[in-house]
Design a protein around this ligand. Structure first.
Ligand SMILES: NC(=O)c1ccc[n+]([C@@H]2O[C@H](COP(=O)([O-])OP(=O)(O)OC[C@H]3O[C@@H](n4cnc5c(N)ncnc54)[C@H](OP(=O)(O)O)[C@@H]3O)[C@@H](O)[C@H]2O)c1
Length: 349
């Protein structure tokens, strides 16, 4: 790894060095653009570095980043447990809010936007496929905008496109106070579900009730599944030891959508119960989906819910924001499970 300070490296596309002759950039005719990024130094600490990117891809929208969302994936990537998918940037960062730098397709210079990324968001500029942008509503600032894409699109995908949630159904969300959980519980309520969440403290439980959860269970206070009514859909970010109690808690024809394995990679599956409940057990990720898939997801989500962000029915949940030079503090807070909602890095001084 290069020492940071001023680093000139031949980054192309999103920063992937393997695309040295990427036609996107050759056709732009630009020799390189200086970009400030957060990059790991020799000690593995993220520091602001200057890198030279190959130029602007003609089919992508250049965004001047004002704020970037922090995600568990960033921590996992830095720890070497979650490499970026092929073609994605090595720079962490899955979502940003900012300003469009130049007219491009339906997007115009100066427009305030939010973007879902494959990576590269810890930077002062990103180049985003057109379909992965959403307009930032006037009532939201950049910090709030950067809290929306990854959490809400992950929750939307899990609840609606995979979980097939219907009004009146019972929805159980684990890690209810997390970025994804706090988005999912708001979406679940808006869709007319009865929402129960689990979380690791009474404070977080109260916080989730404040966001609209019908029931909030502190899993540290006892077995969360005791006395729980059967659930139609379970949004699981724990995996491991939760597999069996999840299945026990499921209603007939119930669905479990697993998004993470914070509680372990392996669990014990009772096939008899799986069959008897006609259960569906699904896993999913968002990051490694194609651009076309993400564009469809973004479009459907925004068509359905943009008005709800304007009216305030849906709110980006910001735990706290940090100047991006203080990224280590934000990561420490997330690693300690202290955040309720999203942690955001601000690039505005
Ligand atoms: N598959 C996908 O498409 C996708 C997309 C985005 C995120 N994710 C994953 O979804 C999870 C939530 O993401 P996020 O960004 O919202 O994370 P986050 O805000 O950092 O929240 C994660 C929370 O999970 C809880 N937790 C951690 N370890 C646990 C354990 N062993 N048992 C029970 N709860 C535990 C903690 O809350 P408590 O204090 O309540 O325990 C923690 O604060 C992460 O694991 C992330 O990697 C998946």
């Amino acid at each position: 790894m290069e020492p940071c300070g001023v680093v000139f490296s031949e980054f192309h596309t999103n920063g992937d060095r393997s695309h040295k002759h990427d036609s996107h950039f050759e056709s732009s005719g630009e020799k390189g653009i200086i970009v400030q990024v957060l990059k790991a130094d020799a000690q593995g600490r993220l520091v602001v570095c200057t890198v030279k990117q190959g130029g602007q891809a003609p089919d992508r929208v250049e965004v001047r980043v004002k704020a970037a969302g922090v995600n568990r994936a960033d921590l996992l990537q830095l720890a070497g447990h979650y490499p970026p998918p092929p073609g994605a940037s090595e720079i962490p960062g899955l979502e940003v809010a900012g300003v469009v730098a130049r007219d491009q397709g339906p997007w115009h210079r100066g427009q305030r936007v939010m973007a879902l990324l494959d990576g590269g968001g810890y930077a002062d500029r990103v180049w985003v496929p057109q379909g992965q942008l959403m307009p930032l509503p006037d009532n939201l600032d950049y910090i709030q905008g950067a809290a929306i894409p990854e959490a809400f699109l992950t929750a939307y995908q899990a609840l609606m496109t995979i979980g097939d949630l219907a009004a009146g159904e019972r929805l159980l969300i684990h890690a209810g106070a997390s970025g994804v959980g706090s988005a999912a519980l708001q979406l679940g309520r808006l869709l007319g579900a009865e929402v129960t969440i689990t979380c690791g403290s009474n404070d977080k439980a109260a916080f989730c009730r404040g966001l609209g959860a019908d029931r909030a269970i502190n899993y540290r206070a006892g077995d969360w599944w005791q006395g729980l009514e059967e659930q139609d859909l379970i949004l699981d970010m724990v995996g491991g030891s939760y597999l069996d109690p999840n299945l026990r808690s499921l209603a007939l024809d119930g669905r479990i959508v697993t998004l993470a394995m914070q509680g372990g990679r392996h669990g014990q599956l009772d096939f008899a119960r799986l069959l008897a409940k006609r259960a569906t057990l699904t896993g999913s990720t968002l990051r490694n989906r194609t651009s076309a898939y993400k564009a469809r997801l973004v479009q459907r989500f925004w068509r359905r819910f943009s008005d709800s962000f304007v009216s305030g029915e849906l709110k980006p949940v910001v735990d706290s924001s940090y100047p991006w030079q203080q990224v280590a503090q934000a990561h420490r807070r997330m690693a300690a499970n202290e955040n309720r909602g999203k942690l955001i890095l601000s690039l505005e001084s």
